[in-house]
Design a protein around this ligand. Structure first.
Ligand code: BGC
Length: 441
């Protein structure tokens, strides 16, 4: 049996990612709280993982003990600015102590400024649908960066603007639960504008900073490669899901199937490409689905599916995502801002993790500038409209007792972080079923 280690470059960032509303608990002043009270979610977030109650300390201890040297978290706009004319200094102080807590543990923080939730007052003003959100976001970003820059030089402006748009304005899983593609396009354009303004502002406040956003990048495959209709549908979906933000940042023109939008100020506004990668979709032409652009997305027979069937284990798509990123943004550092799988029993996560780390290692060995990886997630947390039905944590969470239980994947990830690589011994121990795939011969 071959024995080897897929080694990563010195200084590689190994971390986990979380988001405020999903871990903090007790967020009662944002649009998601309202959405939960209205009954749109499988469960309510409640205490979540109780970070606002102080349990971030024990979770950061876990991260540090398992060799993680980076963590991506988000701050909650509705806590920091509870009303348009009031800042909550105590909330900012709490975030300062969290970031200090990371630094004390030798963990590099990345702060996300917007991760799906909006203050209720902003929603009442029309949220991201009107361009008045841009100066409001700018004001909020100034306040946050001034307060936290002592501890953070790595900023993510907006998490997954494409998911915010698709889930909130097409699928109606997220607030505001509308079905209006045109309005969704407007929302995305305002997000591009707000991102560009934030990018410049953060650089002005903190010259040594690095700023990006996180794109949910979902590769699409035609069901039958020989079918021109499947290929056409694949291309339409690929563009509609993935390309709005990247095109705006590459060219200053936001591409969309409904028409392009000029946002010249967005061109070049990222210092790294933030990649959230989970899975690949297969796309087939389907006349019965006019609402989905005459196509259907699914996982093919035999896919290595997770608990809820929301993601499948497709590490080749991860490699392909790097290839796409390098082609789109030559020489720009790439940070994997999220990657993970819903798997409460951890039957699939070890091989998902090993195979994705391996795909990333292949990318690194092409000399592609992949600089870090944030696994989603450190501990089980509130999964939006799916409530507590999906578990992404390296540590399991009992929401009644708040007790954490380590999953085997946590040990595998700790071994990877500490070794700065993935070894044949790790694969043999945690996911022997993929050993011959990763170490053939
Ligand atoms: C989001 C996270 C979410 C994860 C798993 C990503 O799209 O950024 O907030 O928990 O997917 O569903």
């Amino acid at each position: 049996m071959p024995s080897a280690t897929f080694q990563f470059p010195k200084g590689f960032l190994w971390g986990t990612a979380t988001a405020a509303h999903q871990v903090e608990g007790g967020n009662t002043n944002n649009n998601w709280y309202k959405w939960e009270q209205e009954g749109h979610t499988a469960h309510k977030s409640g205490l979540a993982s109780d970070w606002w109650g102080g349990r971030w300390k024990e979770d950061f201890d876990r991260a540090a003990e398992s060799g993680q040297n980076a963590h991506r978290l988000s701050v909650e706009w509705s806590r920091i600015q509870p009303t348009p004319d009031r800042w909550d200094e105590e909330a900012l102080e709490r975030y300062r102590s969290m970031l200090r807590g990371l630094r004390d543990r030798n963990i590099t923080p990345m702060v996300t400024l917007h991760h799906f939730t909006d203050p209720l007052w902003l929603e009442e003003l029309g949220g991201w649908e009107t361009s008045q959100v841009v100066p409001l976001f700018e004001k909020y970003v100034r306040k946050v960066v001034e307060a936290l820059k002592e501890y953070c030089t790595l900023w993510c402006t907006i998490n997954e603007p494409n998911v915010y748009n698709i889930e909130g304005y097409i699928r109606r899983n997220f607030p505001p639960g509308k079905s209006d593609i045109k309005l969704g396009l407007q929302v995305q354009a305002n997000m591009v504008r707000a991102h560009a303004v934030a990018y410049r502002l953060i650089h002005q406040l903190q010259p040594e900073t690095r700023v990006g956003y996180a794109l949910h990048f979902r590769p699409q495959e035609p069901f039958h490669r020989w079918s021109p209709l499947d290929r056409l549908m694949r291309n339409v979906k690929f563009e509609a899901i993935n390309l709005a933000f990247p095109s705006a940042i590459s060219t200053g023109v936001m591409r969309s199937p409904l028409g392009n939008v000029r946002v010249p100020e967005a061109k070049g506004t990222q210092d790294f490409f933030g990649l959230n990668y989970y899975s690949v979709d297969t796309v087939a032409f389907d006349l019965r689905k006019p609402g989905e652009l005459f196509s259907r997305s699914f996982f093919p027979a035999g896919a290595d599916l997770a608990d809820a069937g929301m993601n499948s284990n497709t590490p080749d798509g991860f490699f392909w995502a790097f290839k796409w990123a390098v082609k789109t943004y030559p020489n720009l550092p790439i940070l994997v801002t999220e990657n993970g799988i819903e798997d409460s029993t951890d039957r699939l996560r070890p091989r998902y993790l090993a195979q994705h780390v391996h795909a990333m290692w292949r990318a690194v060995n092409f000399n592609w500038p992949v600089k870090g990886y944030f696994h989603w997630s450190l501990v089980d947390n509130f999964e939006w409209e799916r409530g507590w039905t999906q578990r992404f944590g390296l540590w399991a969470l009992d929401i009644e007792t708040q007790q954490r239980t380590k999953r085997p994947s946590a040990d595998l990830y700790a071994a990877i972080c500490k070794e700065n690589g993935l070894s044949s011994g790790m694969v043999q121990k945690y996911c022997p079923e993929v050993y011959s795939k990763l170490f053939p011969g």
